[in-house]
Every structure is written in structure tokens, then in C-alpha cells.
Design a protein around this ligand. Structure first.
Ligand SMILES: [Zn+2]
Ligand SMILES: [Zn+2]
Length: 266
């Protein structure tokens, strides 16, 4: 099954035509889309988008505070998150992580929010959706400190680290998310990585509306682009599109077990 494991469908960029975007994803064969919240205001938004969509594609949500949203967050947002995580419809804690590319956000504050959310994931037994930018080793250190060797794992999304760092995430039970960035012919390191990694470590994502693929350069990204992204990755790996789709879909269900569970309706 084609699963977009990372898609900000609640973003304002989709306000004008969200239903059309979802319909195009369905028509393109996308079976499931995961919506990670990025801040407290987003908790209600991702819930609302998912609740309004009973059929295909299945929409599921994760809740968390994104590192770039930390400056505007309050410590009480973590308490609010803890209250929400009791809900069996929440499939993961995310999007959380560390972003050391954006220079003006206090690293210590990012790490404070990140670690407290990792602790919540541990306490609730939920996987995590990680945003990892210029912070691979720091994130691995925190994962080991909070989870040890037996954590709930999850996905390191838009992965762009080294092979060695990838192997460390895999050892901790993570799959690595790849999307539009791999479709750029000049992304040589990333294309080598996506070719060399074991197939059972890969999941697909669009990160819509961001990270437009080369074939949709300059445009708003959307989940209907996922099959062509899968086609490119299958091509550079030398496997069939079906094999890649089946494997990455099974991987997503393995690292996000609640994706396979029925939707609980109130
Ligand atoms: Zn991200
Ligand atoms: Zn994201």
C-alpha cells in the first residue's frame, strides 16, 4: 500500500482546496496519509482534518511540538500533549526533533522540549516522528538516553544523514523517510543512500506542502505526487514499483503499529 508517512495536510497552504488535494491523492492510489502536528494549535487541526475524511485515503494523525515551533510554545503545551496521548487514535508523538540548521533557535530550549516529548512517547509506548536537521548525532544520543535499546522506534523523516547514522537509527528500531529530495538528479549522496539501505528500512513521504520533487519544482507539494516519488526510488534501486510500494507500506505499518488498527470513532 502507498503510505505518505509525513504530510502537513492541515497547513494553511491547503485551506483553499484541501478536499481536492485529498481526492487527487485517492485517485493516485495513496492508501493512507499521516498528518503530524507541529504545535499545540495544530493538535485540533490535524484531528479535524482526519475526522472529516472517513473513506480512502485513510487519514491518521500524530501529535507533537516541532523544534521550529519551540520559540512560540509554552511549557504547558507539554502538559496538554500528555493529556491527548491517552487517545488510541494518536498513532505517534511527532513531529518532534532538533533543527540546528536554523541558527537563531536556542539549542538548549529545543532539547528541553525534545527530551520531554521523548519521555512522553516512552511512557505512552508510542513511536516518534523525528525531524532531524544537522542534529543526527545529538538526536541519537537522546534516543539512547531515554529509550535505551528497546524504545518504541518510529521514523526519522526527510532523512539526510550518513550511512553510518542511518544504521544507528535502524538499530534503534527506526525506519527512514524519503521523499521529494531524492527525485533531484543532483542529490547524489541521498540517491546513493536510498540505494544502499536495506529495503526494510525505507518509508515514503511527501512532507507536503514542502520539499517539492524535481518533477514538480517550484510548486506546492501534495500527496498525489507520492507514486511518482516511489517510481523514482524504485528506478534508482532497480526494483519494481510494486515491490517498493509493498515493502515501504509494510515498513510503515511495522514502525507505526496503530496505522493498522481500526479508527476509533467517538
Ligand atoms: Zn520535518
Ligand atoms: Zn514535517
Amino acid at each position: 500500500m502507498l503510505i505518505d508517512t509525513h504530510c502537513h495536510l492541515d497547513a494553511f497552504e491547503f485551506d483553499a482546496d484541501r478536499a481536492g488535494v485529498i481526492e487527487r491523492a485517492r485517485a493516485a492510489g495513496v492508501g493512507t496519509i499521516v498528518l503530524p502536528a507541529v504545535d499545540r494549535a495544530g493538535f485540533g487541526r490535524v484531528r479535524a482534518v482526519c475526522a472529516g475524511q472517513p473513506d480512502l485515503p485513510r487519514l491518521r494523525f500524530a501529535l507533537g511540538i516541532h523544534p521550529l515551533c519551540v520559540p512560540a510554545a509554552r511549557h504547558s503545551d507539554i502538559d496538554a500533549l500528555a493529556l491527548e496521548l491517552d487517545d488510541p487514535e494518536v498513532i505517534a508523538v511527532g513531529e518532534i526533533g532538533l533543527d540546528f540548521f536554523v541558527a537563531d533557535i536556542d539549542p538548549a530550549l529545543q532539547e528541553n522540549y525534545f527530551v520531554r516529548q521523548l519521555e512522553l512517547a516512552r511512557d505512552f509506548g508510542l513511536p516518534v516522528l523525528l525531524h532531524v536537521r544537522r542534529s543526527q548525532d545529538r538526536i541519537l544520543k537522546h534516543l539512547r538516553a531515554v529509550f535505551g535499546r528497546t524504545g518504541p522506534g518510529g521514523i526519522a523523516h526527510a532523512f539526510n544523514g550518513s550511512r553510518q547514522q542511518a544504521d544507528e537509527f535502524i538499530k534503534l528500531g527506526f525506519a527512514l523517510g524519503f521523499g521529494g529530495a531524492v527525485t533531484w538528479a543532483r542529490a547524489l549522496n541521498l540517491r546513493r543512500l536510498v540505494t544502499e539501505l536495506p529495503l526494510d528500512a525505507l518509508v515514503l513521504e511527501t512532507d507536503s506542502p514542502d520539499i517539492a520533487p524535481e518533477f514538480a519544482a517550484g510548486q506546492r507539494n501534495e500527496p498525489a505526487n507520492l507514486p511518482r516519488i516511489a517510481q523514482v526510488i524504485a528506478g534508482i534501486r532497480g526494483v519494481s514499483e510494486e515491490e517498493l510500494t509493498e515493502a515501504t507500506g509494510a515498513n510503515a505499518l511495522r514502525v507505526l503499529p496503530r496505522l493498522a488498527a481500526p479508527v476509533y470513532s467517538a
